[in-house]
Write a protein that binds this ligand. Structure first.
Ligand SMILES: *Cc1c(COP(=O)(O)O)cnc(C)c1O
Length: 360
């Protein structure tokens, strides 16, 4: 068996210890004679799995008691619709457009009400985070929406926007559990888990209880009403059992590896290795304004499409997978999530140094 260094943006690398543990549990989970995939979601065994997962993510993030943690299907994209359906009482909300995921959420919200573009970095291919200290937020807006880490473009909000008292909704899909957060600053935090947490198939939504409405917009499907899910502890119907189980193992792994403080330190070290190289390279360059750089997704280019393609092909042959940039922007992107070991980033940089020597 040999494992590659997987720089995929998602689904993405998982901790090897977690995969080994899941493999060991595969045929017989804790003596029950079946795998987690085969057991009833109403069983005592699964009840322990989902309750432990919830209590561990609450510990990790310091989630206050007045927030619900929902394990939902449909991915982050499903929440693009669920957010307005549950929150647009005045049918108006403000969106900060920092990339394709923010834009998709904004366009989805337009199906249900007035979505207002508060700021955008489209003018420079989303290579920076716009100034959000004095956004044109109006009193009738139900919430202010951001995509906190922009997976495709490699930018991250280092300070949260001034929402002028409005509720902040944040998509944290690609920075979920990568560093400590103050949950109380948000009304809703949600993320698809397949980037930095677990396997595909689930979004975790952390929602302040008073924002879970009795009534949603007319026509909201039962499954998309947060109240349905909250009242049933995410067990209204069959939940993504296997994904919940693996995420639970990842939460334990995070707790055993310094929690979110420990991850932040490690992620900063890893990102510094790559950014320092990019800042000093004569061939490669980062594409993001320095102060807005993501710790998780690092896009870079040579400035020559043919050389980019050559780099992607040669890096793949050398055991560095998925370094090709998003299909809409080209170039390269290294996603260096929690489970990417520092050694993987160091080896990538050595490979880039050699490539630079051979091609200049
Ligand atoms: C990947 C991604 C999404 C979409 O996630 P799905 O779970 O595939 O719907 C949304 N937002 C961000 C920031 C992402 O990185």
């Amino acid at each position: 068996m040999s494992r590659v260094y997987n720089f995929s943006a998602g689904p993405a690398v998982l901790p090897e210890e977690v995969l080994r543990e899941a493999a060991a549990d595969m045929l017989d989970y804790k003596g029950c004679g079946m795998s987690v995939m085969e057991m009833s979601h109403r069983s005592k065994m699964f009840d322990d799995i989902i309750k432990t997962a919830e209590s561990d993510i609450r510990d990790l993030m310091g989630i206050p008691d007045n927030y619900k943690v929902l394990f939902l299907q449909g991915g982050a994209s499903q929440q693009f619709a669920a957010v307005p359906m549950n929150m647009m009482k005045n049918k108006k909300a403000g969106y900060v457009i920092t990339g394709q995921w923010a834009k998709k959420a904004y366009q989805e919200a337009k199906l249900y009400g007035e979505a207002v573009e508060l700021a955008s970095s489209a003018d420079e291919t989303f290579s920076y985070i716009p100034d959000c200290s004095d956004l044109p937020i109006t009193d009738d807006m139900d919430y202010v929406y951001i995509c906190e880490n922009n997976t495709i473009y490699g930018t991250k909000f280092k300070t949260l926007p001034n929402t002028k008292g409005k509720i902040l909704v944040s998509d944290v899909s690609s920075c979920f559990l990568s560093e400590p957060v103050d949950v109380s600053k948000y009304g809703v935090i949600y993320g698809g888990v397949q980037k930095n947490v677990g396997p595909a198939g689930m979004v975790i939504s952390i929602i302040r209880e008073d924002l879970i409405p009795e009534e949603c917009l007319p026509g909201t499907p039962t499954m998309l009403k947060w109240k349905t899910q909250a009242d049933n502890d995410s067990l209204y119907n069959t939940p993504p059992c296997w994904t919940i189980y693996i995420c639970g193992l990842v939460f334990k792994w995070l707790k055993n590896n310094g929690g979110l403080e420990g991850m932040k330190k490690l992620n900063e070290e890893k990102a510094a290795v790559l950014y320092n190289f990019l800042d000093n390279s004569k061939l490669f360059k980062g594409t993001v304004r320095k102060e807005d750089r993501s710790l998780m997704n690092v896009p870079f280019i040579t400035g020559n499409d043919e050389l980019d393609a050559k780099f992607v092909a040669e890096s793949k042959a050398a055991g560095f997978e998925n370094l090709k940039g998003h299909r809409t922007v080209g170039g390269m992107r290294a996603s260096i999530y929690n489970a990417m070991p520092k050694e993987g980033v160091e080896k990538l940089v050595t490979f880039m140094e050699d490539f630079e020597k051979a091609n200049s």
